[in-house]
Design a binder for this molecule. Structure first.
Ligand code: ADP
Ligand code: MG
Length: 709
């Protein structure tokens, strides 16, 4: 390990002026509050708070050698200094370092600075050199007395927030780093082969020696960075493998079933009434789930499949297994519309079969009338409701299950961790329910490996047969007439059409007005024979459901809506989807919306109407999204591109994963480190559980609990 990396250099003598604290106590707590906001509480938090860039204050350069745009540190004599009013009050000084002169300008300054820049004073000045034709200039440079010892290391610059000036943060990090206990947690025998240990890596990355190749710090490829990223990934993997171990210790009801279910089972009867045969993928995934349900360890499985891949049937079959074993199953969807669709479908399939058994499907949502809701709750409590479908209301405190054994969450990314936890709390006695989460947003492999390491993943990688690919067209907004013609052509063939208006989040009233205007415009253009309906998030649920029902029954031919139809809605006769202001939608959202068509055998199309912004152009990211939509219909490819455009932070959202995002490692470049961590984590938990725990605590602190949810 390089000797220079071992010690933290001494505190620098001076720093730029800091706003004086109002009162000692108040000032202190404001800083502490700001630190807390950055997650800086324990010494180790400070030590792990690494700079985003550095300043080189280790060298003095000659003014004559500087070029326009250089960050430069020079020393010289002040030859002029005055306050002028041209047009604003400003302090202008000139320094001469023997090679050339440079003008310093300050619009905001303290009297102390003015004194520091008295004519004849020797000063050390650092700033960006501007080389206009009137000579060199620096705006708001930092100024110190000349001649003090130069630091040996680069000066760190940390990401900070209002109320926390850089010098203060720098001081706090320095002392946190000095105090932090940085003994090794990665066991030498099985651990890291690189030369850099944690302490040397952190010391170096906070205060690198000036001879370092700056690019290796910036792109995190320096060996010290490798070590830190490895540590971070290891912490993430450890906590997930640990969650897995904890779950392995939990118990769930075993839902026994024979591989060949008896003909009288609900499962077999459901298969018999389905109007189609299962795809190979549905069968395979069904078996994976059945295997899990037979075990006494709670299932924790993510079922991912592109829109339209047929997840609902898989869920229904899993529910049937559960009911066959004499237990209850809950199915939750994020919106009432979606829950209602599931309900409609599953009631159609299952209710007649359940009725023969004296059982039924119950329906629970927030908007329900109290009387109906009480009746449903009673059916859930008695166990008569073998299957409970609804929104969050299903997990409300008041609902008590007789023997819940399987919980299915549709569109899991829209549920928070807390809700998943609440669902688990609905178990009977000490038994946890099995958990099946469904998502139409496929998770790229590296993300799945890192963020969902404690989940088992099943993938429906095959669409039901007879689908024709959806043709996607990008159309500029001023060519709306062509779109109307397309709509008429579809209607002429007895097909139906979705028209989606964007949600402009600032104002629902504006959204509603836009959607209403569009509805009127379409109704005008299409004539009286065509029914144009409107669905808006503001509408009361009953009204929404009535509109959806009318659309499903083809009483409404064109449905104008804001994004409430975003997920899961299923009307196979709809063959054209028009998305207005498509440039405003996210990529997965567009893909999900598009998936509402192409559900029947008819050729389907999606028209993305886009409007160039004020600049006359569509932004770069928006263009990349539209391009991806036009080029591919494959959900995995879409997800990959979405990840590329947005980065993992936004792609996952802390809400979806429940896992803290990686601060340093980058899954697109650090796959080898991820593999290393994945290999080491189970080994370490097994052979060195104490070290593993220390490592998790060090890196994740209080976040570790959250991660397990
Ligand atoms: P998603 O995975 O998007 O939730 P759905 O479960 O809503 O997809 O299924 C989409 C459509 O495909 C539904 O109309 C459903 O009935 C139909 N479907 C599902 N499985 C099959 C199959 N094996 N063969 C034919 N159609 C199917
Ligand atoms: Mg669905």
């Amino acid at each position: 390990m390089p000797a220079s990396a071992k010690s933290v250099p001494p505190e620098k003598t001076t720093s730029p002026p800091v706003a004086a604290p109002a009162a000692p106590g108040a000032g202190l707590s404001a800083v502490q509050r700001a630190l807390r906001k950055l997650g800086l509480v324990r010494d180790i938090d400070f030590a792990l708070y690494l700079p985003m860039r550095y300043e080189d204050e280790t060298r003095i350069v000659r003014l004559a050698d500087t070029r326009d745009g250089d960050m430069a540190q020079v020393e010289g004599v002040v030859t002029e200094c005055e306050v002028v009013f041209r047009p604003r009050r400003q302090l202008i000084a000139t320094i001469d370092d023997g090679s050339d002169t440079c003008q310093l300008r300050f619009f905001n300054f303290y009297p102390s600075q003015q004194k520091q820049l008295a004519v004849g004073a020797h000063v050390r000045v650092r700033g960006e050199v501007r080389g206009g034709f009137v000579g060199r200039q620096m705006m708001h440079p930092t100024v110190k007395a000349a001649g003090t010892a130069l630091p040996q290391a680069l000066t760190p610059v940390y990401s900070t927030i209002a109320g926390l000036p850089q010098p203060v943060l720098r001081r706090e990090v320095r002392s946190g780093l000095a105090r932090a206990v940085l003994d090794e947690t990665i066991p030498v025998q099985i651990g890291w082969r690189g030369a850099w240990d944690l302490r040397s890596s952190l010391s170096f990355l906070h205060y690198p020696t000036p001879d370092v190749a700056m690019a290796t710090l910036e792109d995190h490829s320096h060996p010290a960075w490798q070590r830190i990223k490895a540590e971070e990934l290891l912490a993430q993997q450890l906590s997930q493998f640990q969650a897995r171990l904890e779950r392995a210790a939990q118990r769930a009801p075993m839902l026994p079933s024979s591989a060949e279910p008896e003909a009288s089972s609900l499962h077999a009867q459901l298969l018999a009434v389905l109007p189609f045969g299962l795809t190979g993928a549905q069968q395979r995934v069904g078996e994976e789930i059945t295997r899990d349900l037979r075990r006494e360890v709670p299932m924790h499985r993510l079922l991912q499949g592109d829109v339209g891949s047929g997840k609902t049937v898989v869920a229904a079959l899993a529910a049937a297994r559960c009911i066959d074993a004499g237990f209850q199953c809950a199915l939750m969807a994020p919106t009432e519309i979606l829950a209602a669709q599931h309900f409609g479908k599953l009631v159609g399939w299952l209710d007649p079969l359940l009725a023969e058994r004296g059982l039924r499907v119950a329906w629970l949502t927030g908007s329900q009338k109290k009387k109906e809701r009480d009746a449903m709750s009673a059916a859930v409590e008695s166990g008569e409701a073998a299957l409970v479908i609804g929104t969050h209301a299903v997990i409300s405190e008041k609902v008590r299950f007789r023997n819940l054994a399987l919980a299915i969450i549709d569109e899991q990314h829209r549920f928070g961790v807390a809700q998943r936890l609440a669902l688990r709390g609905k178990a009977v006695g000490h038994l946890e329910p099995h958990l099946l989460m469904m998502s139409a947003t496929p998770i790229p492999r590296t993300l799945a490996m890192s963020y969902y390491a404690d989940l088992d993943v099943s993938t429906l990688d095959e669409l039901p047969p007879g689908r024709t690919p959806i043709v996607t067209r990008l159309v500029a907004d001023h060519r709306r007439d062509e779109v109307i013609a397309r709509i008429q052509a579809q209607l002429g063939q007895g097909r139906q059409v979705y028209w989606v208006c964007p949600l402009i989040e600032e104002s629902e009233a504006v959204d509603l007005r836009n959607a209403t205007e569009t509805r009127d415009e379409l109704a005008d253009a299409l004539g009286a024979a065509v029914n144009v309906g409107l669905l808006h998030s503001r509408m009361p649920t009953a009204e929404k459901q009535a509109v959806m029902a009318a659309f499903t029954a083809n009483e409404i031919q064109v449905l104008v809506s804001t994004t409430v139809i975003e997920v899961g809605v299923d009307v196979p006769n709809a063959s054209l989807m028009v998305i207005e202001h498509a440039e405003r939608f996210g990529l997965s959202q567009l893909h999900q919306l598009r998936g509402r068509v192409g559900r029947g055998a008819a050729a389907s199309a999606c028209v993305l109407l886009y409007a160039p912004g004020d600049s006359g152009r569509v932004g770069e990211a928006a263009r990349a999204r539209l391009k991806a939509m036009a080029e591919t219909g494959d959900g995995f490819e879409i997800a990959r591109r979405d990840l590329e455009i947005r980065g993992p932070g936004e792609f996952l959202g802390a809400r979806q994963s429940g896992a803290p995002l990686l601060r340093f490692a980058d899954l697109t470049t650090d796959v080898m480190l991820l593999d290393w961590a994945r290999e080491l984590a189970p080994l370490m938990l097994d052979k060195h559980p104490d070290l593993a725990q220390r490592h998790i605590d060090r890196w994740l602190g209080t976040k570790a609990e959250y991660l397990k949810a």
